[in-house]
Design a protein around this ligand. Sequence first.
Ligand SMILES: [Zn+2]
Ligand SMILES: [Zn+2]
Length: 266
Amino acid sequence: MFLLCGCGTGSQPTRLRSQDNNGGGGAAAFTFLWGRPRWNRPDMRLTYAVSPLATADHLPRDAVREAFRSALARWAEVTPLRFAEAARYEEADIRVGFYLHTADGKCDACGCVCKGGGEEALAHAHPPQDGRIHLHAARKWAVTNVAGAGGDAPPLAVDLESVAVHEIGHALGLGHSSSESSMMYRHYRGKVSLTDDDVKGVQELYGAKPPRVDLTADSKPKRVETIREIEQHIQQKKETAKKKPFFWRLVRLPLYPPCLACAVNS
Ligand SMILES: [Zn+2]
Ligand SMILES: [Zn+2]
């Protein structure tokens, strides 16, 4: 079974929530990384980037970017966090790259060792304020969720986006969950989605997503409608004016003030 690791997390995960969940609905399974690290950004904005150099040979870099964009969006849907791709890889908060691992699971890039050895390791991530995510370059990755890329995934290929969601969870400060259905469970089980346990865990760190201000009913669409109405009004006035005899238009012109709405004489 493949392992999904959080570097520096495996030996000392902090179980800060083990009491009843939501007033007795069952024990919370999620954990936080050691010391409960989190990104402390007042604007809740984080940047990410995929390394232009540390790539996997069989994966187009754009497909990797799309997989991570989609994976980040899942966390953004349930928190106030917002993610934007950085222009420069070195300046990004969350930096993604593919690296080889030794037989005992040691990452070539950072030296992190995944328990279970290199035969089982898929990826690992570093906690907040570091944010690196390292994927095992020797694995066969699939990007089946990305249109036009990896549509014919080999049977044993690993779904990149699912692993990305898990590792991003670590990069945001979550540890492993004991809930086997959760995204933060330590073993890869194919495609899964965020569960209530994942959501409650990340919301303990960053809060819930604030309610969206609906502009569709008031200001913005109303303003567009108003402009459209004025344009239609002007057009109607022009068409009406064309139908009137020229003499009548000359007589009416000075007698009536222009329409206040469109400044076209009626
Ligand atoms: Zn993990
Ligand atoms: Zn590493």
